[in-house]
Design a protein around this ligand. Structure first.
Ligand code: ADP
Ligand code: MG
Length: 602
Protein backbone atom coordinates (compact mmCIF):
# COMPACT_ATOMS: atom_id res chain seq x y z
CA UNK A 1 0.00 0.00 0.00
CA UNK A 2 1.39 3.44 -0.86
CA UNK A 3 2.03 5.99 1.92
CA UNK A 4 -0.93 8.32 2.22
CA UNK A 5 -0.17 10.78 5.03
CA UNK A 6 0.83 14.33 4.05
CA UNK A 7 1.40 17.55 5.91
CA UNK A 8 -1.40 20.06 5.35
CA UNK A 9 -0.57 23.23 3.45
CA UNK A 10 -0.24 26.24 5.79
CA UNK A 11 -3.33 27.91 4.43
CA UNK A 12 -5.48 24.94 5.43
CA UNK A 13 -3.75 24.52 8.79
CA UNK A 14 -4.37 28.21 9.47
CA UNK A 15 -8.00 27.89 8.51
CA UNK A 16 -8.39 25.03 10.93
CA UNK A 17 -6.71 27.02 13.67
CA UNK A 18 -8.95 29.97 12.82
CA UNK A 19 -11.92 27.81 13.70
CA UNK A 20 -10.72 27.98 17.29
CA UNK A 21 -9.34 31.50 17.53
CA UNK A 22 -11.80 33.43 15.38
CA UNK A 23 -15.37 32.52 16.01
CA UNK A 24 -16.98 35.81 15.12
CA UNK A 25 -16.03 39.43 14.42
CA UNK A 26 -15.79 40.09 18.14
CA UNK A 27 -13.04 37.53 18.62
CA UNK A 28 -11.01 39.08 15.79
CA UNK A 29 -11.59 42.55 17.29
CA UNK A 30 -10.41 41.30 20.66
CA UNK A 31 -7.22 39.78 19.26
CA UNK A 32 -6.37 42.91 17.29
CA UNK A 33 -7.07 45.21 20.23
CA UNK A 34 -4.92 43.04 22.47
CA UNK A 35 -2.08 43.20 19.99
CA UNK A 36 -2.26 47.00 20.02
CA UNK A 37 -2.22 47.01 23.81
CA UNK A 38 0.74 44.63 23.84
CA UNK A 39 2.50 46.95 21.37
CA UNK A 40 2.33 49.72 23.97
CA UNK A 41 -0.19 51.90 22.13
CA UNK A 42 -1.48 54.96 23.98
CA UNK A 43 -4.29 55.56 21.51
CA UNK A 44 -6.34 52.87 19.81
CA UNK A 45 -9.12 53.35 17.30
CA UNK A 46 -11.56 50.62 16.41
CA UNK A 47 -13.64 51.14 13.29
CA UNK A 48 -16.39 48.69 12.53
CA UNK A 49 -18.73 48.38 9.55
CA UNK A 50 -21.65 46.03 9.32
CA UNK A 51 -21.04 44.80 12.87
CA UNK A 52 -17.57 43.70 11.88
CA UNK A 53 -18.74 41.50 9.03
CA UNK A 54 -17.80 44.12 6.44
CA UNK A 55 -14.84 45.75 8.14
CA UNK A 56 -12.89 45.66 11.35
CA UNK A 57 -10.11 48.18 11.46
CA UNK A 58 -7.74 48.83 14.33
CA UNK A 59 -5.36 51.75 14.26
CA UNK A 60 -2.79 52.10 17.00
CA UNK A 61 0.21 54.26 17.80
CA UNK A 62 2.20 51.43 19.33
CA UNK A 63 5.66 50.15 18.51
CA UNK A 64 4.88 49.06 14.95
CA UNK A 65 6.74 46.31 13.10
CA UNK A 66 9.77 46.09 10.84
CA UNK A 67 9.27 44.81 7.31
CA UNK A 68 10.42 41.30 8.24
CA UNK A 69 8.37 41.24 11.41
CA UNK A 70 5.28 42.37 9.55
CA UNK A 71 5.64 39.40 7.24
CA UNK A 72 6.48 37.05 10.12
CA UNK A 73 3.53 38.19 12.21
CA UNK A 74 1.22 36.42 9.77
CA UNK A 75 2.85 33.05 10.23
CA UNK A 76 1.36 30.59 12.65
CA UNK A 77 3.21 30.22 15.98
CA UNK A 78 5.09 33.44 15.23
CA UNK A 79 5.30 35.70 18.25
CA UNK A 80 7.61 38.26 19.77
CA UNK A 81 6.16 37.67 23.24
CA UNK A 82 7.70 34.43 24.37
CA UNK A 83 10.89 32.68 23.34
CA UNK A 84 11.12 29.64 25.55
CA UNK A 85 8.83 27.40 27.52
CA UNK A 86 9.67 29.06 30.85
CA UNK A 87 8.40 32.37 29.53
CA UNK A 88 4.92 30.90 29.72
CA UNK A 89 5.11 31.25 33.48
CA UNK A 90 5.96 34.93 33.52
CA UNK A 91 3.56 36.21 30.88
CA UNK A 92 2.52 39.82 31.19
CA UNK A 93 1.22 40.32 27.65
CA UNK A 94 -2.28 39.54 26.47
CA UNK A 95 -1.06 37.41 23.57
CA UNK A 96 1.64 34.76 23.40
CA UNK A 97 0.36 31.99 21.13
CA UNK A 98 1.28 33.67 17.89
CA UNK A 99 -1.88 32.36 16.28
CA UNK A 100 -4.23 35.28 16.01
CA UNK A 101 -2.95 37.18 12.99
CA UNK A 102 -2.30 33.98 11.04
CA UNK A 103 -5.81 32.80 11.81
CA UNK A 104 -7.53 36.06 10.96
CA UNK A 105 -5.52 36.37 7.74
CA UNK A 106 -6.61 32.85 6.76
CA UNK A 107 -10.29 33.72 6.80
CA UNK A 108 -10.42 37.30 5.53
CA UNK A 109 -8.96 39.93 3.26
CA UNK A 110 -6.42 41.63 5.47
CA UNK A 111 -4.45 44.79 4.95
CA UNK A 112 -1.67 45.88 7.27
CA UNK A 113 0.25 49.13 7.41
CA UNK A 114 2.93 49.36 10.01
CA UNK A 115 5.95 51.47 10.80
CA UNK A 116 8.46 51.57 13.63
CA UNK A 117 9.70 54.88 15.03
CA UNK A 118 13.20 54.53 13.56
CA UNK A 119 12.07 54.16 9.93
CA UNK A 120 10.82 56.79 7.49
CA UNK A 121 8.74 54.38 5.52
CA UNK A 122 6.52 51.61 6.72
CA UNK A 123 5.33 48.34 5.23
CA UNK A 124 2.10 47.60 3.43
CA UNK A 125 0.90 44.02 3.25
CA UNK A 126 -2.20 42.77 1.48
CA UNK A 127 -3.22 39.22 2.23
CA UNK A 128 -6.19 37.15 1.11
CA UNK A 129 -6.88 33.79 2.71
CA UNK A 130 -3.28 33.49 3.89
CA UNK A 131 -1.90 34.38 0.49
CA UNK A 132 0.28 37.51 0.36
CA UNK A 133 -0.97 39.56 -2.61
CA UNK A 134 1.13 42.62 -2.13
CA UNK A 135 4.07 43.78 -0.06
CA UNK A 136 5.58 47.23 -0.51
CA UNK A 137 7.01 50.23 1.26
CA UNK A 138 4.48 52.86 2.15
CA UNK A 139 4.31 56.21 3.89
CA UNK A 140 2.31 55.84 7.09
CA UNK A 141 2.06 56.90 10.71
CA UNK A 142 4.18 55.26 13.34
CA UNK A 143 2.26 52.30 14.73
CA UNK A 144 0.05 49.73 13.11
CA UNK A 145 -3.21 49.80 11.19
CA UNK A 146 -4.90 46.54 10.33
CA UNK A 147 -8.09 46.23 8.30
CA UNK A 148 -9.93 42.96 8.24
CA UNK A 149 -12.46 42.87 5.43
CA UNK A 150 -15.19 40.37 4.77
CA UNK A 151 -14.46 37.97 7.56
CA UNK A 152 -15.15 34.35 6.56
CA UNK A 153 -15.64 35.36 2.90
CA UNK A 154 -13.90 32.13 1.91
CA UNK A 155 -15.85 29.92 4.34
CA UNK A 156 -19.52 30.48 3.51
CA UNK A 157 -20.65 28.02 6.16
CA UNK A 158 -19.02 30.14 8.88
CA UNK A 159 -20.21 33.39 7.38
CA UNK A 160 -23.81 32.18 7.30
CA UNK A 161 -23.53 31.07 10.87
CA UNK A 162 -22.98 34.64 12.10
CA UNK A 163 -25.84 36.23 13.99
CA UNK A 164 -27.70 39.43 13.23
CA UNK A 165 -25.82 42.72 13.30
CA UNK A 166 -27.12 43.83 16.70
CA UNK A 167 -26.03 40.52 18.23
CA UNK A 168 -22.58 40.60 16.64
CA UNK A 169 -22.13 44.23 17.60
CA UNK A 170 -23.06 43.44 21.17
CA UNK A 171 -20.30 40.83 21.26
CA UNK A 172 -17.80 43.38 20.00
CA UNK A 173 -18.96 45.88 22.61
CA UNK A 174 -18.51 43.26 25.33
CA UNK A 175 -14.94 42.58 24.30
CA UNK A 176 -14.23 46.25 23.89
CA UNK A 177 -15.59 47.12 27.35
CA UNK A 178 -13.43 44.52 29.06
CA UNK A 179 -10.26 45.77 27.41
CA UNK A 180 -11.15 49.42 27.93
CA UNK A 181 -11.81 48.77 31.63
CA UNK A 182 -8.52 46.99 32.07
CA UNK A 183 -6.61 49.80 30.35
CA UNK A 184 -7.82 53.14 31.54
CA UNK A 185 -4.34 54.46 30.72
CA UNK A 186 -5.10 54.06 26.99
CA UNK A 187 -7.51 56.26 25.09
CA UNK A 188 -9.97 54.42 22.89
CA UNK A 189 -12.28 55.49 20.12
CA UNK A 190 -14.87 53.03 18.85
CA UNK A 191 -16.78 53.86 15.70
CA UNK A 192 -19.52 51.76 14.15
CA UNK A 193 -20.71 52.92 10.73
CA UNK A 194 -21.09 56.66 11.22
CA UNK A 195 -21.66 56.51 14.97
CA UNK A 196 -19.23 57.03 17.76
CA UNK A 197 -20.00 54.16 20.11
CA UNK A 198 -17.39 55.13 22.72
CA UNK A 199 -14.94 57.97 22.95
CA UNK A 200 -12.81 57.25 25.97
CA UNK A 201 -10.16 59.82 26.69
CA UNK A 202 -7.13 59.27 28.83
CA UNK A 203 -4.93 61.78 30.50
CA UNK A 204 -5.33 63.17 33.97
CA UNK A 205 -8.88 62.00 34.32
CA UNK A 206 -8.05 58.50 33.12
CA UNK A 207 -8.75 56.88 36.43
CA UNK A 208 -10.67 53.64 36.57
CA UNK A 209 -13.70 55.35 38.07
CA UNK A 210 -13.71 57.87 35.24
CA UNK A 211 -13.43 55.05 32.71
CA UNK A 212 -16.35 53.24 34.30
CA UNK A 213 -18.48 56.37 34.12
CA UNK A 214 -17.45 56.97 30.50
CA UNK A 215 -18.38 53.43 29.58
CA UNK A 216 -21.55 52.92 31.58
CA UNK A 217 -22.95 56.37 32.20
CA UNK A 218 -23.08 59.20 34.70
CA UNK A 219 -25.42 57.31 36.98
CA UNK A 220 -22.51 55.14 38.02
CA UNK A 221 -20.79 58.09 39.60
CA UNK A 222 -22.69 57.77 42.86
CA UNK A 223 -22.82 54.05 43.09
CA UNK A 224 -19.17 53.11 43.11
CA UNK A 225 -17.48 51.94 46.28
CA UNK A 226 -13.72 51.46 45.95
CA UNK A 227 -12.19 48.26 47.21
CA UNK A 228 -8.63 47.38 47.96
CA UNK A 229 -7.00 44.51 49.76
CA UNK A 230 -3.44 43.37 49.74
CA UNK A 231 -1.58 40.30 50.87
CA UNK A 232 1.78 38.92 49.93
CA UNK A 233 0.14 36.50 47.57
CA UNK A 234 -2.37 38.69 45.82
CA UNK A 235 -3.62 42.26 45.50
CA UNK A 236 -7.24 43.09 44.84
CA UNK A 237 -8.44 46.52 43.70
CA UNK A 238 -11.44 47.91 41.91
CA UNK A 239 -14.95 49.13 42.45
CA UNK A 240 -18.19 47.53 43.49
CA UNK A 241 -21.62 48.99 42.90
CA UNK A 242 -23.55 49.74 46.02
CA UNK A 243 -26.19 47.13 46.79
CA UNK A 244 -29.13 49.44 46.12
CA UNK A 245 -28.05 49.71 42.48
CA UNK A 246 -27.97 45.97 41.86
CA UNK A 247 -29.71 44.77 38.71
CA UNK A 248 -32.01 41.87 38.02
CA UNK A 249 -29.87 40.72 35.11
CA UNK A 250 -26.27 39.67 35.06
CA UNK A 251 -23.78 41.27 32.75
CA UNK A 252 -21.97 44.03 34.56
CA UNK A 253 -19.66 41.87 36.58
CA UNK A 254 -16.03 42.13 35.59
CA UNK A 255 -13.16 40.16 37.04
CA UNK A 256 -9.62 40.59 35.80
CA UNK A 257 -6.46 38.73 36.61
CA UNK A 258 -3.35 40.69 35.70
CA UNK A 259 -5.60 42.80 33.47
CA UNK A 260 -6.94 39.76 31.65
CA UNK A 261 -10.72 39.39 31.79
CA UNK A 262 -11.74 36.09 33.34
CA UNK A 263 -14.88 34.26 34.28
CA UNK A 264 -14.97 32.40 37.53
CA UNK A 265 -18.07 31.16 39.27
CA UNK A 266 -15.94 30.55 42.31
CA UNK A 267 -14.71 34.13 42.61
CA UNK A 268 -18.11 35.49 41.63
CA UNK A 269 -19.37 33.57 44.60
CA UNK A 270 -16.76 35.26 46.78
CA UNK A 271 -18.15 38.64 45.76
CA UNK A 272 -21.73 37.51 46.22
CA UNK A 273 -21.09 36.21 49.74
CA UNK A 274 -19.61 39.56 50.64
CA UNK A 275 -22.90 41.09 49.50
CA UNK A 276 -24.91 38.54 51.38
CA UNK A 277 -27.81 40.03 53.24
CA UNK A 278 -27.47 43.31 51.37
CA UNK A 279 -29.02 42.45 48.02
CA UNK A 280 -32.62 41.95 47.03
CA UNK A 281 -33.36 38.41 45.90
CA UNK A 282 -32.02 37.42 42.48
CA UNK A 283 -30.14 40.58 41.80
CA UNK A 284 -26.56 41.13 40.78
CA UNK A 285 -24.28 43.92 41.87
CA UNK A 286 -22.02 45.79 39.50
CA UNK A 287 -18.35 45.12 40.05
CA UNK A 288 -15.02 45.67 38.38
CA UNK A 289 -12.37 43.79 40.30
CA UNK A 290 -8.70 43.49 39.45
CA UNK A 291 -6.61 40.70 40.84
CA UNK A 292 -2.88 41.20 40.61
CA UNK A 293 -0.79 38.13 41.20
CA UNK A 294 2.64 36.87 40.32
CA UNK A 295 2.15 35.07 36.97
CA UNK A 296 3.96 32.06 38.44
CA UNK A 297 0.91 31.40 40.59
CA UNK A 298 -1.48 31.16 37.67
CA UNK A 299 -1.96 29.12 34.55
CA UNK A 300 -3.39 30.99 31.60
CA UNK A 301 -2.17 28.50 29.08
CA UNK A 302 -5.61 27.17 28.38
CA UNK A 303 -7.82 27.35 25.34
CA UNK A 304 -7.27 30.57 23.33
CA UNK A 305 -10.82 31.77 23.59
CA UNK A 306 -11.57 30.54 27.06
CA UNK A 307 -11.67 32.99 29.90
CA UNK A 308 -10.96 30.57 32.71
CA UNK A 309 -7.79 30.69 34.67
CA UNK A 310 -6.17 28.43 37.26
CA UNK A 311 -4.61 29.65 40.50
CA UNK A 312 -2.30 27.53 42.59
CA UNK A 313 -4.16 28.67 45.70
CA UNK A 314 -7.67 29.47 44.62
CA UNK A 315 -8.98 29.66 48.16
CA UNK A 316 -6.58 32.39 49.17
CA UNK A 317 -7.74 34.44 46.19
CA UNK A 318 -11.35 33.76 47.16
CA UNK A 319 -10.72 34.95 50.68
CA UNK A 320 -8.97 38.13 49.66
CA UNK A 321 -11.61 39.01 47.08
CA UNK A 322 -14.35 38.49 49.61
CA UNK A 323 -12.51 40.50 52.22
CA UNK A 324 -11.93 43.35 49.78
CA UNK A 325 -15.57 43.56 48.81
CA UNK A 326 -16.80 43.14 52.33
CA UNK A 327 -14.54 45.89 53.46
CA UNK A 328 -15.65 48.24 50.75
CA UNK A 329 -19.25 47.65 51.73
CA UNK A 330 -18.45 48.50 55.31
CA UNK A 331 -19.87 45.30 56.67
CA UNK A 332 -16.52 44.28 58.01
CA UNK A 333 -16.54 47.08 60.51
CA UNK A 334 -18.48 45.26 63.09
CA UNK A 335 -15.74 43.58 65.02
CA UNK A 336 -12.92 46.08 64.81
CA UNK A 337 -14.85 49.25 65.47
CA UNK A 338 -17.02 47.97 68.22
CA UNK A 339 -14.86 45.57 70.07
CA UNK A 340 -11.35 46.78 69.84
CA UNK A 341 -11.79 50.46 69.88
CA UNK A 342 -9.44 51.10 72.75
CA UNK A 343 -6.70 48.85 71.59
CA UNK A 344 -4.73 50.80 69.05
CA UNK A 345 -2.46 47.95 68.13
CA UNK A 346 -5.27 45.58 67.51
CA UNK A 347 -7.14 48.24 65.63
CA UNK A 348 -4.32 48.90 63.28
CA UNK A 349 -3.75 45.22 62.81
CA UNK A 350 -7.34 44.49 62.06
CA UNK A 351 -8.26 47.71 60.41
CA UNK A 352 -5.55 47.50 57.87
CA UNK A 353 -6.33 45.67 54.74
CA UNK A 354 -3.95 42.81 55.17
CA UNK A 355 -5.36 42.03 58.57
CA UNK A 356 -8.84 41.97 57.20
CA UNK A 357 -7.81 39.49 54.56
CA UNK A 358 -5.99 37.46 57.10
CA UNK A 359 -9.11 36.90 59.07
CA UNK A 360 -10.81 35.53 56.00
CA UNK A 361 -8.20 32.99 55.11
CA UNK A 362 -8.97 29.86 56.99
CA UNK A 363 -6.33 27.40 57.98
CA UNK A 364 -3.54 29.08 56.29
CA UNK A 365 -0.53 29.49 58.51
CA UNK A 366 0.70 32.40 56.49
CA UNK A 367 -2.14 34.48 57.78
CA UNK A 368 -2.68 33.18 61.23
CA UNK A 369 -1.32 35.89 63.41
CA UNK A 370 -3.76 38.66 62.74
CA UNK A 371 -6.63 37.61 64.90
CA UNK A 372 -5.77 35.61 67.92
CA UNK A 373 -7.84 34.83 70.87
CA UNK A 374 -6.51 37.56 73.05
CA UNK A 375 -8.10 40.06 70.71
CA UNK A 376 -11.44 38.49 71.26
CA UNK A 377 -10.79 38.24 74.93
CA UNK A 378 -10.91 42.00 75.11
CA UNK A 379 -14.54 41.73 74.23
CA UNK A 380 -15.22 40.17 77.58
CA UNK A 381 -12.69 42.01 79.67
CA UNK A 382 -13.92 43.06 83.06
CA UNK A 383 -16.93 40.83 82.76
CA UNK A 384 -15.75 38.65 85.58
CA UNK A 385 -16.02 35.73 83.29
CA UNK A 386 -13.23 33.31 83.14
CA UNK A 387 -15.50 30.73 81.65
CA UNK A 388 -14.71 31.96 78.22
CA UNK A 389 -11.13 31.28 77.32
CA UNK A 390 -10.57 29.11 80.28
CA UNK A 391 -8.46 26.73 78.29
CA UNK A 392 -4.99 27.35 77.04
CA UNK A 393 -4.70 28.58 73.50
CA UNK A 394 -4.96 25.32 71.65
CA UNK A 395 -3.00 24.46 68.55
CA UNK A 396 -4.03 20.93 67.97
CA UNK A 397 -7.03 19.50 66.31
CA UNK A 398 -8.58 19.03 69.69
CA UNK A 399 -8.74 22.69 70.38
CA UNK A 400 -12.35 23.24 69.52
CA UNK A 401 -14.80 22.06 72.00
CA UNK A 402 -17.50 21.19 69.59
CA UNK A 403 -19.46 19.02 71.90
CA UNK A 404 -22.52 20.43 73.45
CA UNK A 405 -22.65 18.57 76.72
CA UNK A 406 -25.92 16.98 77.66
CA UNK A 407 -27.97 19.08 80.01
CA UNK A 408 -26.96 18.44 83.56
CA UNK A 409 -23.26 18.08 82.94
CA UNK A 410 -21.98 20.71 85.23
CA UNK A 411 -19.63 23.41 84.15
CA UNK A 412 -18.17 25.04 87.14
CA UNK A 413 -18.05 28.73 86.31
CA UNK A 414 -21.52 30.18 86.04
CA UNK A 415 -22.21 32.82 83.44
CA UNK A 416 -24.03 35.62 85.07
CA UNK A 417 -25.83 36.95 82.01
CA UNK A 418 -26.62 34.30 79.48
CA UNK A 419 -30.07 33.98 78.01
CA UNK A 420 -31.65 32.28 75.05
CA UNK A 421 -34.02 34.41 73.03
CA UNK A 422 -36.84 32.69 71.13
CA UNK A 423 -34.72 29.54 71.03
CA UNK A 424 -32.65 31.18 68.31
CA UNK A 425 -30.27 33.66 69.80
CA UNK A 426 -27.98 33.72 72.78
CA UNK A 427 -27.69 36.98 74.66
CA UNK A 428 -24.69 37.83 76.71
CA UNK A 429 -23.40 40.95 78.38
CA UNK A 430 -20.05 42.08 77.05
CA UNK A 431 -17.78 44.93 77.87
CA UNK A 432 -19.36 47.53 75.67
CA UNK A 433 -22.90 46.32 75.43
CA UNK A 434 -25.01 43.32 74.59
CA UNK A 435 -23.82 40.53 72.35
CA UNK A 436 -26.45 38.65 70.39
CA UNK A 437 -25.23 35.36 68.95
CA UNK A 438 -27.02 33.45 66.22
CA UNK A 439 -26.85 29.96 67.67
CA UNK A 440 -27.13 28.10 64.40
CA UNK A 441 -24.57 30.14 62.47
CA UNK A 442 -22.22 30.06 65.43
CA UNK A 443 -22.46 26.31 65.80
CA UNK A 444 -21.93 25.83 62.08
CA UNK A 445 -18.76 27.87 62.35
CA UNK A 446 -17.51 25.79 65.29
CA UNK A 447 -18.26 22.48 63.59
CA UNK A 448 -16.88 23.65 60.28
CA UNK A 449 -13.52 24.49 61.77
CA UNK A 450 -13.43 21.25 63.71
CA UNK A 451 -14.24 19.20 60.61
CA UNK A 452 -11.63 21.04 58.57
CA UNK A 453 -9.06 20.09 61.16
CA UNK A 454 -10.33 16.52 61.29
CA UNK A 455 -9.89 16.32 57.54
CA UNK A 456 -6.45 17.78 57.73
CA UNK A 457 -5.15 15.74 60.63
CA UNK A 458 -7.44 12.71 60.29
CA UNK A 459 -8.04 13.16 63.97
CA UNK A 460 -11.77 12.59 64.31
CA UNK A 461 -13.12 10.30 66.98
CA UNK A 462 -15.83 7.79 66.11
CA UNK A 463 -18.88 6.74 68.01
CA UNK A 464 -19.43 3.04 67.24
CA UNK A 465 -23.00 2.20 66.31
CA UNK A 466 -24.69 -0.40 68.47
CA UNK A 467 -26.83 -1.47 65.57
CA UNK A 468 -25.11 -0.87 62.24
CA UNK A 469 -27.49 0.37 59.57
CA UNK A 470 -27.48 -0.27 55.84
CA UNK A 471 -28.35 2.43 53.35
CA UNK A 472 -28.88 1.85 49.64
CA UNK A 473 -28.10 4.80 47.37
CA UNK A 474 -28.83 5.64 43.75
CA UNK A 475 -25.88 4.45 41.66
CA UNK A 476 -24.50 7.96 41.08
CA UNK A 477 -24.53 8.76 44.80
CA UNK A 478 -22.91 5.46 45.60
CA UNK A 479 -20.04 6.11 43.23
CA UNK A 480 -19.68 9.61 44.70
CA UNK A 481 -19.40 8.04 48.15
CA UNK A 482 -16.73 5.67 46.90
CA UNK A 483 -14.88 8.62 45.41
CA UNK A 484 -14.77 10.57 48.65
CA UNK A 485 -14.65 7.59 50.98
CA UNK A 486 -11.33 8.54 52.58
CA UNK A 487 -12.53 12.04 53.38
CA UNK A 488 -15.85 10.86 54.81
CA UNK A 489 -13.95 8.46 57.04
CA UNK A 490 -11.58 11.22 58.11
CA UNK A 491 -14.62 13.00 59.51
CA UNK A 492 -15.24 10.05 61.83
CA UNK A 493 -17.71 7.94 59.86
CA UNK A 494 -17.11 4.20 59.66
CA UNK A 495 -18.75 2.25 56.88
CA UNK A 496 -18.21 -0.56 54.43
CA UNK A 497 -19.66 -1.63 51.13
CA UNK A 498 -22.50 -4.02 51.74
CA UNK A 499 -23.86 -5.27 48.45
CA UNK A 500 -24.85 -3.36 45.35
CA UNK A 501 -24.94 0.41 45.91
CA UNK A 502 -25.29 -0.24 49.60
CA UNK A 503 -23.16 0.73 52.57
CA UNK A 504 -23.24 -0.49 56.13
CA UNK A 505 -22.75 2.33 58.64
CA UNK A 506 -20.85 1.16 61.73
CA UNK A 507 -19.95 4.45 63.29
CA UNK A 508 -20.45 8.20 63.10
CA UNK A 509 -18.38 11.16 64.30
CA UNK A 510 -18.32 11.22 68.08
CA UNK A 511 -20.00 13.94 70.09
CA UNK A 512 -22.47 15.03 67.48
CA UNK A 513 -26.12 15.45 68.14
CA UNK A 514 -28.10 13.76 65.44
CA UNK A 515 -31.44 12.14 64.87
CA UNK A 516 -30.04 8.90 63.48
CA UNK A 517 -26.95 7.59 61.70
CA UNK A 518 -28.89 7.11 58.50
CA UNK A 519 -30.27 10.64 58.42
CA UNK A 520 -26.87 12.08 59.24
CA UNK A 521 -25.06 10.15 56.53
CA UNK A 522 -27.72 10.71 53.89
CA UNK A 523 -27.96 14.36 54.88
CA UNK A 524 -24.23 14.76 54.47
CA UNK A 525 -24.30 13.33 50.96
CA UNK A 526 -27.31 15.42 49.98
CA UNK A 527 -25.79 18.59 51.30
CA UNK A 528 -22.48 17.78 49.66
CA UNK A 529 -24.17 17.35 46.29
CA UNK A 530 -26.13 20.53 46.77
CA UNK A 531 -22.93 22.46 47.55
CA UNK A 532 -21.27 20.87 44.56
CA UNK A 533 -23.89 22.15 42.18
CA UNK A 534 -24.32 25.57 43.78
CA UNK A 535 -20.78 26.47 44.76
CA UNK A 536 -17.45 25.44 43.51
CA UNK A 537 -15.64 24.59 46.70
CA UNK A 538 -12.60 22.48 47.29
CA UNK A 539 -13.53 19.01 48.48
CA UNK A 540 -12.61 19.35 52.17
CA UNK A 541 -14.37 22.68 52.52
CA UNK A 542 -17.46 21.32 50.85
CA UNK A 543 -17.55 18.25 53.09
CA UNK A 544 -16.88 20.24 56.25
CA UNK A 545 -19.56 22.74 55.34
CA UNK A 546 -22.04 20.03 54.45
CA UNK A 547 -21.63 18.17 57.72
CA UNK A 548 -21.56 21.37 59.77
CA UNK A 549 -24.84 22.33 58.19
CA UNK A 550 -26.41 18.97 58.92
CA UNK A 551 -25.08 18.44 62.42
CA UNK A 552 -25.44 21.94 63.84
CA UNK A 553 -27.86 23.12 66.47
CA UNK A 554 -30.78 24.66 64.62
CA UNK A 555 -32.70 27.82 65.24
CA UNK A 556 -35.68 26.81 67.32
CA UNK A 557 -33.75 24.39 69.45
CA UNK A 558 -33.78 24.97 73.17
CA UNK A 559 -30.35 25.16 74.80
CA UNK A 560 -29.37 24.71 78.40
CA UNK A 561 -27.26 27.36 80.00
CA UNK A 562 -24.20 25.12 79.95
CA UNK A 563 -24.70 24.41 76.28
CA UNK A 564 -24.84 28.10 75.51
CA UNK A 565 -21.73 28.61 77.52
CA UNK A 566 -19.79 25.94 75.67
CA UNK A 567 -21.08 27.25 72.40
CA UNK A 568 -19.80 30.77 73.05
CA UNK A 569 -16.61 29.40 74.44
CA UNK A 570 -15.99 27.35 71.35
CA UNK A 571 -17.05 30.10 69.00
CA UNK A 572 -14.42 32.48 70.28
CA UNK A 573 -11.78 29.80 70.09
CA UNK A 574 -12.43 29.64 66.35
CA UNK A 575 -10.10 31.18 63.86
CA UNK A 576 -12.89 33.13 62.20
CA UNK A 577 -15.52 33.47 64.88
CA UNK A 578 -17.40 36.36 63.37
CA UNK A 579 -18.78 34.67 60.29
CA UNK A 580 -20.61 31.44 59.63
CA UNK A 581 -19.07 29.20 56.95
CA UNK A 582 -21.47 30.80 54.51
CA UNK A 583 -20.24 34.25 55.37
CA UNK A 584 -23.16 35.38 57.51
CA UNK A 585 -22.37 37.22 60.71
CA UNK A 586 -22.51 34.97 63.77
CA UNK A 587 -23.07 37.72 66.27
CA UNK A 588 -24.03 41.31 66.64
CA UNK A 589 -23.16 43.75 69.36
CA UNK A 590 -25.71 46.23 70.58
CA UNK A 591 -23.58 49.00 71.88
CA UNK A 592 -24.19 50.39 75.30
CA UNK A 593 -23.88 53.98 74.20
CA UNK A 594 -26.53 53.43 71.52
CA UNK A 595 -28.85 52.11 74.19
CA UNK A 596 -28.05 55.03 76.42
CA UNK A 597 -28.64 57.36 73.56
CA UNK A 598 -31.97 55.74 72.87
CA UNK A 599 -33.06 56.25 76.45
CA UNK A 600 -31.60 59.70 76.54
CA UNK A 601 -29.11 58.72 79.18
CA UNK A 602 -26.21 60.49 77.52
P1 ADP B 1 0.66 36.97 19.69
O1 ADP B 1 -0.06 38.22 20.04
O2 ADP B 1 0.16 35.79 20.44
O3 ADP B 1 2.15 37.11 19.76
P2 ADP B 1 -0.40 37.44 17.08
O4 ADP B 1 -0.64 36.54 15.93
O5 ADP B 1 -1.57 38.15 17.63
O6 ADP B 1 0.32 36.60 18.17
O7 ADP B 1 0.69 38.49 16.67
C1 ADP B 1 1.95 38.05 16.20
C2 ADP B 1 3.04 39.07 16.43
O8 ADP B 1 2.81 40.20 15.61
C3 ADP B 1 3.06 39.65 17.83
O9 ADP B 1 3.83 38.83 18.70
C4 ADP B 1 3.67 41.01 17.63
O10 ADP B 1 5.07 40.94 17.61
C5 ADP B 1 3.22 41.38 16.23
N1 ADP B 1 2.08 42.31 16.24
C6 ADP B 1 0.77 41.99 16.06
N2 ADP B 1 -0.01 43.09 16.12
C7 ADP B 1 0.80 44.14 16.37
C8 ADP B 1 0.59 45.54 16.56
N3 ADP B 1 -0.63 46.09 16.51
N4 ADP B 1 1.69 46.32 16.76
C9 ADP B 1 2.93 45.77 16.82
N5 ADP B 1 3.18 44.46 16.66
C10 ADP B 1 2.13 43.63 16.44
MG1 MG C 1 -2.06 38.57 19.68
Amino acid sequence: MPDIIQLLPDSIANQIAAGEVVQRPASAAKELLENSIDAGAKTIRLIVKDAGKGLLQIIDNGAGMSETDARMSLERHATSKIRKAEDLFTIRTMGFRGEALASIAAVSQLEMKTRTADKELGTLLVVEASEVKKQELVACEKGTSISVKNLFYNIPARRNFLKSNPVELKHIIDEFQRLALAHSEISFLFIQGDDVVYDLPMGKSASLSQRIVNLFGKAYQEQLAPCQEETEYVTVTGYVGKPEFARKTRGEQFLFVNKRFIRSNYLHHAVMTAFEGLLPENSFPFYVIFIEIDPRHIDVNVHPTKTEIKFDDERAVYAVVRAAVRQSLGTHNLAPTIDFREDVNVMSKLGQSSGEAAREVYFDERFQTALNRSNWEKLFEGEGSSALFRQEAPQSAQRIEHKLPPAGDSIDVPEKTLTQLHDKFILRQVKNGLMIVDQQGAHERILFEKFMEDLKYKSAATQQSLFPKTITFPAADFSLIMEIEQEIKALGFRFEVFGKNTVLINGVPANLKYAGEKQLFEGLIDQFKHNQSELSLPLPENLARALAKRASVKAGQKLEKEEMQVLLNSLFSCKTPNYSPEGMPTFYIFELNKLEHYFNRK
